[in-house]
Design a protein. Structure first.
Length: 219
């Protein structure tokens, strides 16, 4: 798989708390240069990124990174992001509800955020590193029933990121209407290729561009 193909699966990501517009703008330029799927950036940059780079697909995060905002707040966050130009939304689930087995509550919340998204893509972050295998399987069912477009492994801000095992598990248990995003800890093009081969159609990472830059010989 060539690098161009890998890059076409990437949501080029910058979500650290100290992110500046200078950094986000550089990220946007890299995404355009390498033909990436989207940039995934903090909500406060969505409007400026879309105005500055109108041909770029912009993704942002909702209820991030802990997921314990109320459903109403998550829906309102999504609505504002879409008004300001977001093309895709990545939301974090209420992990406490998973531990309490409140799967109906999780289903209703995801449906509410999906409704707020209209026809835009919604990715559901389940923070797999904090869940048991049984909980992951249950969330595959919930995400499938919700009408969301993707199940996503991780925020990248918890105890672990994407694993090959989790992507393979998702592929086994999600419905045919749901795609997979692997995010967090993708350190090489070899990793990226394996995640794609296991069934991930999106990758959340910023490291691949740095690998390309490091491989370029100075002029």
């Amino acid at each position: 798989m060539d690098k161009k193909t890998v890059f076409s699966h990437v949501d080029h990501t910058l979500l650290k708390a100290t992110s500046t517009w200078e950094e986000v703008s550089a990220l946007c330029q890299e995404a355009l240069e390498h033909g990436m799927a989207t940039v995934c950036i903090p909500p406060r940059f969505v409007r400026l990124a879309k105005e500055t780079y109108p041909n770029l697909q912009v993704c942002t995060v909702i209820g991030f990174p802990l997921g314990y905002n109320t459903t109403a707040i998550k829906a309102a966050e999504a609505e504002q992001a879409l008004r300001e130009g977001a093309d895709e939304i990545d939301m974090v689930i209420n992990l406490g509800w998973v531990k309490e087995k409140r799967y109906d509550s999780l289903l209703n919340e995801i449906k509410a955020v999906k409704a707020a998204c209209g026809g835009k893509i919604l990715k559901v972050i389940i923070e797999a590193c904090l869940l048991t295998e049984e909980e992951k399987i249950s969330m595959c069912r919930v995400v499938t029933e919700s009408g969301a477009d993707f199940i996503k492994t991780s925020t990248g801000f918890s105890t672990g990121g994407a694993t090959f095992e989790d992507v393979a598990l998702f592929k086994k248990y999600i419905g045919g209407n749901v795609r997979i995003k692997a995010a967090g800890g993708i350190r090489s093009f070899e990793d990226a290729e394996k995640f794609i081969s296991l069934g991930a159609s999106r990758l959340g990472t910023s490291r691949l561009v740095n690998l390309v830059k490091g491989a370029r010989k100075p002029e």
